[in-house]
Write a protein that binds this ligand. Structure first.
Ligand code: NAD
Ligand code: ZN
Length: 273
């Protein structure tokens, strides 16, 4: 499907964007299910295991400390910038993202619902106190000197793959307020998106004239449900993604292309209209 049809779908409509990991791959953050991936998608940490099992937490934080450098160094790409520009010009009514990387904010988007939270904050499971991930990184490095030098392959959620024996030596930091268990302030697998967040996202759908999906396989129900809702309401749905998505049967049109390129072209075309 051509970009000009996507331009026609968006022109004159209050468009709501729904973004996923594919929106950030051009910033160097890998996705879970892209066509370039060999083998099965990596298994993300499960909430119940994280809560229950100190070893799971030790492994998570050991990997996360190594992966953080790269994750926090990521910068918005053309797709993030185009979406921010469209919002500026009132051609985008808002944005729902499944990403936890804060790159939409970094690009200047303001009306953003982060369905899965953000990795830049950490929350105590016992007393709910918040700490900046940046500050926790310094505490973790002080407890584990020399740790980030370990060879690590970046994983999607800011994790990194380490030899499991390395993680056994890692010391985990506790909550500064109560000594409790710290968890990144993101929705893990096995956890639900808070009801208020889901309701706010449904409200955005009601107000929008069209939905534009960017870089999501929609295999996670958490994002897919909004595509279903838009379809139920008879709103046109455009999907920009490399490869197929679970939402394809509901789409008005699909553009198989890179998010940075397609959104850049869309932004230009709508700007010169
Ligand atoms: P996904 O990995 O399931 O799907 C990403 C899709 O984007 C794939 O179909 C892939 O082919 C496509 N894609 C990759 N690069 C692209 C590009 N440059 N242009 C267009 N399409 C591209 O991701 P999802 O649907 O967002 O679900 C993954 C879950 O994991 C989410 O719940 C999310 O919270 C989490 N996650 C977040 C990040 C992040 O914050 N950047 C990264 C990975 C995973
Ligand atoms: Zn606490």
């Amino acid at each position: 499907m051509s970009i000009s049809q996507l331009v026609e779908l968006c022109r004159g409509r209050a468009v709501l964007a729904l973004t996923g990991a594919g929106c950030s791959t051009e910033s160097g953050i890998p996705d879970y299910r892209g066509p370039g991936r060999r083998g099965p998608a990596p298994t993300p940490v499960q909430f119940q295991a994280f809560k229950r099992d100190p070893e799971t937490r030790r492994r998570y934080w050991a990997r996360s400390v190594a992966g953080w450098q790269r994750f926090q160094g990521a910068r918005p790409n053309g797709a993030h910038l185009a979406l921010a520009e469209l919002e500026q010009r009132a051609q985008l009514a808002g944005l729902i993202t499944q990403n936890v990387d804060r790159l939409h904010h970094a690009a200047g988007s303001r009306q953003v619902i982060e369905l899965h939270g953000a990795l830049e904050r950490v929350r105590c499971l016992d007393c709910a106190a918040l700490e900046a991930r940046r500050a926790l990184q310094l505490r973790l490095l002080a407890l584990n000197p020399g740790w980030p030098e370990l060879p690590a392959t970046a994983l999607p959620d800011g994790d990194a793959e380490l030899e499991s024996r390395d993680a056994l030596e890692f010391e985990v930091a506790a909550c500064l307020e109560c000594g409790g268990v710290l968890k990144p302030d993101v929705v893990f697998f096995g956890e639900n998106v808070p009801r208020t967040t889901v309701d706010a996202a449904y409200e955005m759908i009601e107000r929008a004239d069209a939905l534009l999906v960017v870089g999501s396989s929609l295999s996670v129900f958490s994002g897919y449900r909004f595509v279903r809702r838009a379809a139920e309401r008879g709103k046109p749905i455009g999907i920009v993604n490399l490869g197929p998505t679970r939402g394809d049967p509901l789409a008005t049109l699909r553009v198989d292309g890179s998010a940075g390129e397609v959104l850049g072209a869309l932004e230009q075309a709508l700007g010169s209209a």
